[in-house]
Design a protein. Sequence first.
Length: 158
Amino acid sequence: MDLAERSEPPAGGALRAFVNDLLAAWPDGRIKLWLTARLLRLRQREPRLLLHGSYVPLSVEGARSARVVAYARGYEDRVLITIVPRLVAGMVYAEHGWPITDTVWHDTVVRLSGNPATARLRNAVTGDVPSIVAADGEPTIAVGEVLRICPVAVLIGG
């Protein structure tokens, strides 16, 4: 199946296999093209959130916290949370390969702001609904969970 036929993510294992194939052949650029297309469609569906939304950096904690960047954009009753890894080449090539699994991320979590829209998040890249766990009275998301299939997570809620 080609990239044009993947305008929406397939279910479960089919998506995992598709993304793994793209990641295995990352030098050919298809993974970047697929992610760019997915995120441009999101931008088309959520113009007000992305144009007018406030920017809030999110706190990342845990063993690999220095290797994650996370922020939220909020507008009216909508929220978008972006979670991306950084400085992972050594982890990928020397230690683990793709995908970087939960085991690698250990206890690394992103602390979410108090926005009620975070209770209804969906990953715009994979279609998954992440688990939100309370830690010290604040909602958190495990990095290993949201980056399990694809090394980029864009969560939308509201």
